[in-house]
Design a protein around this ligand. Structure first.
Ligand SMILES: Cc1cc2nc3c(=O)[nH]c(=O)nc-3n(C[C@H](O)[C@H](O)[C@H](O)COP(=O)(O)OP(=O)(O)OC[C@H]3O[C@@H](n4cnc5c(N)ncnc54)[C@H](O)[C@@H]3O)c2cc1C
Ligand code: SF4
Ligand code: SF4
Length: 667
């Protein structure tokens, strides 16, 4: 619906408030000059300055002027609206004004931070303020609406972050759907034997949380499932979850694992994904003994019955509860939730991408994740470090920063690799008494107890060589190097190129965004950083919120992090989701599109183009209209409408042209 036109008799009274932002703005903009300029602009009835407009005394200045009737519209010339538009709108409301008779001129990011000369900065600040004044004069007094919030929450990803978020929300009495792509929850942490820096047993601390998820009355766990559709808006998301066929009825399976034993395959023939292909699994399997849910899954790609329909089906024979069902198909569940926590984690860097380290070429070269499985008591070698040639290594090289801090792969630091390299160095030393060499660029151990862990390693006869490894080869130059893998590295502490012969190499692979992070981002309409990590609304002040209200992020999907940080962030995301749910209603911003009926020609352009399905088409009247709750104010339809029937509150053509006029009149 179109907003009411302003009362033609009432003359706008605009207050302009210029912020110094300490010296952030004041160093590059002549504040006194700018205020004097603003005071001369048409409709301006007050022009003032203050050191920090966002502070309480700064807001008081605006509120006093509003209450006294000196002004009824406000322009604040300060920083980015992303940061403080809500602050000033709230101040206007508390001061008795309409919060939408407000405009910000960004003279920090757009002026002082990008301008060298004060004269140029001042001139640009003048133009932006003039534009804001021209625009705010045309603003309408808008009202927010509110809608009820659905009390259930969706958590996507069942690693430690998703598990912790789900349990926190469920413990607060809310219903949670936990959707995990793999047949089991646990994520990467389930693969580890010990965790740095305390070396406590990963399974001992993770398994109780996994079983708490399984038995929690408020948690519906859907493993082997993926979100395939999301509609709606904050407080009212409609989500489609595809539950992939397991070919085993979850309700009936008791987790006795008799089917695996009885399977016609006496030995596994397919790479075991959970053990990173270090061993083989059968077509019917559970990923690991503590898998949650402990329900077997049949892989149709390797199961003979799916290929030939001629398997004697020993598994069906032995399954007492008759849980095996080869006719099962994928099915889709539809749920309504008020908030979503995304905790989809990371993927380890593919070591094949750096061919000079010989991964995939030399059997003695392993990735850190593979070695996590080797040192694990429940892993393929029962915790013994035995290489594919059946031998225990006598010398082991650990290469740090593989796929991190490297212009050719990822420039960022993966944050956990130094620490897990130290952990693996300790475990390898403990289990094999081998000579262990760490090759590092520089050691990054900034967490609680991390530096102490490094110190401990320095006293465990582990070697530390500072320098990026140039290459790994098997070209022996001496008798000592024969049959070994040779690490060539410049030891930058002594300025010498060294050749270190070893039996085993562990590549400390970095952390990367999940390969489908961009698809998940699109599904939930959030943003990703340049590297592909889910983007937080503000790196310091809103680290678990996204730019889409009601969608929160936790754990390594937001960027590389260790377990303590993932858990802390999951707790924060859960708290944000709970706060939203507990409010009961959410306010909808009024910057939505609206149709002027008389101009609408019924061409359907808008309804076909709206990315949020916010446009309703009335077949009888042949007119479009906008559902304000669904409209996100992206403006796509406004730009596309060939009849000019669509306009958007706070972004009408008139307002935008007037703003442009304001800028060009004063440059
Ligand atoms: C070799 C290695 C050793 C490490 N050792 C330690 C250590 O000792 N101590 C420590 O503090 N940290 C350690 N870390 C870091 C640790 O792994 C992470 O901090 C932790 O796993 C992050 O948890 P997460 O839940 O965010 O992500 P993940 O553990 O990656 O879990 C994400 C989950 O989401 C699921 N998922 C992904 N996409 C979807 C989707 N679209 N739909 C549904 N589900 C999805 C995944 O299947 C997975 O179960 C180590 C990392 C590595 C690589
Ligand atoms: S499918 Fe049947 S045999 Fe296999 S684990 Fe489940 S209950 Fe046991
Ligand atoms: S502005 Fe138009 S295209 Fe964008 S969400 Fe609203 S109705 Fe849809």
């Amino acid at each position: 619906m179109s907003p009411a036109r302003p009362d033609s008799d009432s003359k706008p009274k605009v207050g302009v408030y210029v912020c110094h932002c300490g010296i952030n703005i004041a160093a590059k903009v002549d504040i006194a000059d700018t205020v004097a300029f603003a005071s001369q602009l048409p409709h301006v009835t007050a022009a003032k300055e203050y050191k920090f407009m966002c502070s309480d005394p700064g807001q008081d200045i605006i509120q006093k002027d509003l209450r006294s009737g000196l002004i009824d519209r406000v322009v604040v010339a300060s920083c980015s609206p992303l940061m403080h538009e809500p602050t000033f709108r709230r101040a206007m409301l508390e001061g008795g004004g309409n919060p939408f008779l407000f405009q910000m001129a960004n003279i920090r990011e757009h002026v002082s931070w990008v301008t060298k000369e004060k004269a140029a900065g001042t001139a640009k600040a003048r133009a932006l303020i003039a534009a804001a004044v021209e625009r705010v004069v045309l603003h309408q007094p808008l009202q927010k609406t509110s809608v009820p919030v659905h009390p259930d929450v969706l958590v996507v990803g069942g690693g430690i972050a998703g598990i912790h978020a789900a349990l926190t929300i469920a413990d607060a009495g809310k219903k949670v759907y936990l959707v995990e792509r793999e047949p089991t929850i646990g994520g990467h942490m389930a693969k580890f034997d010990k965790t740095f820096p305390t070396l406590d047993c990963s399974a001992c601390i993770l398994t109780p949380k996994m079983s708490a998820v399984r038995s929690h009355p408020n948690i519906t766990l859907w493993s082997h499932s993926e979100v395939t559709g999301v509609d709606g808006y904050v407080g009212n998301f409609k989500v489609k979850v595809t539950r992939k066929a397991r070919y085993i009825d979850e309700e009936k399976c008791v987790g006795c694992l008799e089917c695996i034993e009885a399977c016609v395959f006496k030995k596994g023939k397919t790479d075991d994904e959970f053990n990173l292909g270090l061993v083989k699994r059968k077509p019917v399997y559970v990923p690991f003994p503590q898998a949650t849910p402990l329900v077997a899954v049949i892989d149709p790609k390797s199961c003979i019955e799916f290929k030939t329909h001629k398997c004697p089906k020993n598994c069906v024979e032995v399954c007492e509860p008759k849980a095996i069902d080869f006719t099962q198909t994928d099915r889709t569940e539809e749920i309504n939730v008020g908030a979503v926590v995304l905790a989809t984690g990371f993927k380890a860097f593919d070591a094949r991408r750096i061919s000079r380290y010989g991964y995939g070429k030399y059997p003695g070269v392993y990735t850190s994740l593979e070695v996590e499985r080797l040192v694990n008591a429940a892993g393929p070698t029962g915790g013994e470090i035995i290489m594919t040639n059946g031998e225990k290594p006598k010398a082991v090289g650990i290469v740090h920063c593989v796929g991190s801090r490297d212009e050719k792969t990822n420039r960022y630091c993966s944050r956990v690799c130094c620490m897990y390299s130290l952990k693996l160095a300790h475990l390898v030393k403990e289990r094999t008494n081998a000579e262990v060499y760490n090759f590092y660029i520089d050691m990054r151990t900034p967490g609680k107890g991390y530096e102490e862990f490094y110190e401990k390693l320095l006293h465990e006869n582990v070697h530390f060589i500072r320098g990026r490894v140039a290459e790994v080869s098997d070209w022996a130059m001496t008798a000592e190097e024969k049959g070994k893998l040779i690490i060539r590295v410049e030891d930058t502490l002594i300025g010498v190129v060294r050749r270190i012969p070893v039996d085993m190499i562990i590549l400390s692979v970095g952390l990367e965004p999940q390969p489908d992070a961009d698809d998940v981002r699109r599904l939930f309409n959030i943003s990703c950083s340049r590297e592909g990590w889910f983007l937080e609304r503000h790196p310091k002040l809103a680290p678990v919120s996204t730019f889409t209200e009601g969608i929160f992020i936790a754990g390594a999907c937001q960027g590389p992090k260790d377990i303590p940080d993932s858990v802390a962030q999951a707790g924060a995301a859960a708290a944000e989701a709970l706060a939203l749910i507990d409010r009961g209603r959410v306010e909808i911003e009024p910057n939505t599109a609206y149709v002027t009926d008389e101009l609408c020609s019924g061409c359907h352009t808008c309804s076909n183009i709206c990315p949020y399905s916010a446009i309703v088409f009335n077949e009888e009247t042949e007119k479009a209209s906008v559902n304000g709750a669904l409209c996100k104010g992206c403006g796509t339809c406004v730009a596309a409408c060939p009849s000019g029937a669509l306009q958007q509150n706070l972004f009408t053509d008139e307002q935008i042209f007037q703003e442009i006029k304001g800028v060009v009149s004063y440059v």
